[in-house]
Design a binder for this molecule. Sequence first.
Ligand code: HEC
Ligand code: HEC
Length: 386
Amino acid sequence: MPRGSLVHATACGLGPARILARHLAALLLGASASSLAAACAIPADRDRAEDVDRDAAIASRARRATQGAELYGRYCALCHGRDARGYAADHAPSLVSETFLATATNAFLARSVREGRPGTAMGAYGRAHGGPLGNDEVDAIIDFLRWPGPSWAAMPDAPVVGDPERGEVVYNEMCQPCHGTKASRGQAVHLANPGLLRAATDAFLREAIVHGRPGTPMMPFAGRLDDRDIDNVVALLRSWASASAPPAWPAEIPQDMPLVIHPEGPTPRFTLRMDRFVSAAQVKEALEAKSRIVILDARTPAEWLNLRIPGSVPAPYHDFSRLDGLENDGTWVVAYCACPHHASGIVVDELRRRGFSRTAVLDEGILRWKQLGYPVEERAPVEESR
Ligand code: HEC
Ligand code: HEC
């Protein structure tokens, strides 16, 4: 029996909440979304009105969660993993660990998704920031992440009082090995990121430190640090917050940008690693030699607006329409992202599927490209008055 009908057959004897929980689980495992509506039909012989109301509310939430599951699969799974437990690419964190969902308010989640985390692989997905998702769609993803648990988390908003200088001593010893310095990310979430610090309350940060994130390398520090030291570290993180606002979206990305850089130039000679990856050094040389080349930015378009390789064109991993304008005439096409291979890999796979053979993924990605001091065009962060 196919998995979908198994879910349906066994689930129909259960209450709607559990039917839907199963259905979402099946969705994550790759089963089709289409039969959800059928599976969540509420039995007609329910007599108690409150049951019906409750079931209707659950069913409506479940429909949104299902829409969210589809959006999640399309836009987020490549880094956060199909099951949202993180670490599919670029150390993207888990989005479903118990302590995270219990302390991340919907406002925190929505803001993180809409505005992204500048300077990391986490792009801005909100339409107002140049991304592909409307607010309802972001909310649907949040419903999906929370499903079948409570649909929101309440957190106190009181600021934590502590001494940032003492906090720095603790941070350098106990946190920096994983989280990196104020200036640069380590392997774990960048705690100095303006996007995080705009979205997170002190209480959210404190709870994460106290209880950790079970199932990830983030251990609980309760017992390892006393309360005062924890407050001091939170005060340090808060002192890193800046007044910069995320860039809003007045700027339009032109649809008719030229795709080919230096159309009259020579063809570069690239040596690919594993028949797939081209080094940043080779691409930089090709640009200096005014070679004929196409460079595609595979991230969400807002990321291209904020930081890009000069001459590159946005061709996001979730929308291939720009690729239709490419001519398959032997011109090299290089795609890059920040992850540094996942989103660009999706674009290169699509091009190869369409018969483009001279295609490559920029091996180091744009963030390393910038660190190397190679040319970029960048939009300055907008200062926010607070
Ligand atoms: C290209 C990889 C990538 C994609 C695609 C991506 N993310 Fe992320 N996301 C990250 C990384 C990396 C971080 C951590 C950023 C940091 O270092 O601060 C992150 C952080 C987050 C956070 C904050 C988590 C926390 O613990 O503070 C949320 C929420 C989130 N992502 C949701 C999403 C959603 C929803 C989508 C799809 C719409 C998505 N992400 C797509 C890489 C990605
Ligand atoms: C062994 C590595 C490691 C150490 C040491 C560590 N962390 Fe973490 N931390 C992580 C990882 C990995 C995550 C993301 C976990 C996930 O996927 O949800 C994280 C998450 C967090 C978060 C939540 C961020 C968010 O947006 O959800 C905070 C806050 C945090 N760490 C603070 C600290 C502080 C403060 C210290 C030092 C006292 C510290 N961590 C030490 C690995 C570490």
